[in-house]
Write a protein that binds this ligand. Structure first.
Ligand code: HEC
Length: 443
């Protein structure tokens, strides 16, 4: 109920803003019934989400409305939208626009008031989606009434809105999702990907309308109307996804579970030989691209492009390294003298038997193992991110034959213990890189 309320409040506000904007820049035509419908939906949605929220807080509706941030912003948002719809004209567009932007105050931007960049891009995102999706019903009504010029004039508004939408979405999505690991490894990222797919669908419909159907007017009027209904439907789904996202913990605040066995890494580029190989691969792919572009020599195209790709692409597996679910986790807190001391105690209990008291891989048990235990004082330790070490300490390590060579400690040691061990082996390693640009990290 709460989510449905949020959805109606925002969809209604977007439609009021989009309709007013449409009247101002595309086609001036009275659309009282559309505006009235949108206003009713906004008010109904606001009331529903207010009632649901009050039930959640366990307080009377009036108190929630007047004395919580949520209630105040909701009231202001609704008021601005209703005022805009009643006033009409240029001022109305501004009022309704402010109402739409006020919704940003209820989202994550508000929860993280220090992140102005995110909040601003959220506002741009809302306005752009309101300008595009919100004006589609107005366009639909106009085309239905037979005013076909509107469809031709609409392209400018639509184009600008789509551009702003894509830019703000990329900026915001990447930031909030927490980069690639957040995008593929958190529920938030999954919904975001879904929304991205819907956006692609919307874009496809918009391009179809703009470049195929509108030029074929008036003959293609019915097809255009159908395509617009589809566009409005997909837009509605994208808005549902957006409302769902607003209620979720952003991926950047979660620990992503990396779902793949490999991850991108630039580690290979440090080695001159490997770097040469990667550059060779890039050159082959560049050649493939050049051939594809210079498509005039057709026979070359069909043979040359696949051959160049076939020669080039295999070099890139150097840019992929094994990955584990926790590869992108970071230590929950920086190392302290206490955590290092605690880790040292645990090390002597659990690890020294194999890795040796001095951590050089020469403990008493070392000889009985098929693979020598790693020398934890070697520089190599820094090639591994915290999250990788954490995975090995948790799940253990297997040799090339798949048999366990180091046991996992996930069932024996707490998470904090495992992080303390990592603090300890990092702290006693003599090769700590100066201002550590950790190679496996994405930022
Ligand atoms: C049964 C012996 C054994 C015990 C006990 C053991 N390890 Fe290991 N450890 C190994 C072996 C063998 C390897 C090398 C595996 C390989 O190279 O694939 C290894 C590798 C590692 C690595 C990877 C280092 C790198 O740079 O690749 C780390 C980190 C590590 N151990 C830490 C620990 C810690 C911390 C403990 C105690 C909680 C511990 N190990 C207990 C046998 C052991």
């Amino acid at each position: 109920m709460e989510q449905i309320g949020h959805f109606c409040a925002i969809a209604g506000a977007m439609t009021v803003f989009g309709t007013l904007l449409f009247q101002m820049v595309v086609f001036d035509r009275a659309m009282r019934r559309l505006l009235a419908a949108a206003v009713s939906v906004t008010i109904a949605g606001a009331i529903a989400s207010l009632v649901a929220q009050s039930a959640e807080f366990g307080g009377p509706v009036l108190t929630v409305l007047t004395s919580t941030w949520f209630g105040q912003v909701l009231a202001m948002q609704t008021l601005l939208v209703v005022l805009g719809a009643c006033v009409g004209g240029r001022a109305a567009v501004v009022l309704a626009g402010l109402g739409v932007v006020a919704a940003a105050g209820r989202g994550h931007g508000a929860a993280m008031a220090d992140e102005w960049g995110l909040m601003a891009s959220h506002a741009v995102h809302l306005l752009a989606s309101a300008a595009w999706l919100g004006s589609l019903p107005a366009l639909f009504v106009t085309v239905l009434a037979g005013d076909l010029v509107a469809a031709r004039r609409y392209a400018g508004l639509g184009g600008i809105a789509v551009l702003a939408l894509a830019c703000s979405a990329a900026w915001q999505g990447w930031g909030l999702a927490g980069g690639l690991p957040g995008l593929v490894g958190t529920p938030y990222g999954a919904v975001l990907c879904l929304k991205g797919g819907l956006f692609a669908g919307l874009l496809a419909a918009a391009l179809l309308n703009r470049y195929r159907l509108v030029p074929a007017l008036p003959g293609a009027r019915r097809v255009l109307l159908g395509s617009m209904i589809a566009e409005i439907g997909i837009g509605g789904l994208a808005t549902v996804a957006a409302v769902a996202l607003a209620g979720m913990e952003p991926g950047m605040h979660e620990r992503p579970l990396w779902p793949f066995a490999l991850q991108p890494s630039t580690l290979a580029l440090v080695d001159p030989d490997l770097r040469r190989e990667v550059i060779g691969g890039l050159l082959w792919c560049g050649l493939a691209g050049a051939l594809a572009l210079a498509g005039w020599w057709r026979r070359m195209l069909w043979i040359g492009v696949p051959v160049a790709l076939w020669l080039g692409v295999p070099h890139f597996d150097l840019l992929l390294v094994p990955a584990y679910p926790t590869s992108f986790w970071q230590a929950p807190a920086p190392a302290t003298p206490e955590s290092v001391a605690h880790g040292e105690t645990l090390y002597l209990q659990h690890c020294a038997g194999c890795h040796g008291v001095g951590k050089q891989g020469d403990g008493p048990q070392a000889k009985s193992l098929s693979i020598p235990p790693a020398d934890l004082t070697a520089e190599h330790l820094w090639d591994h991110a915290d999250g990788e070490l954490f995975w090995w300490l948790t799940a253990g390590m297997a040799g090339a034959d798949g048999r366990e060579v180091m046991p996992g400690f996930g069932g024996v040691l707490s998470e904090d213990d495992r992080w303390a061990l990592i603090d300890a082996i990092r702290a006693t390693n003599p090769h700590r890189p100066l201002p550590a640009p950790s190679l496996h990290h994405h930022r």
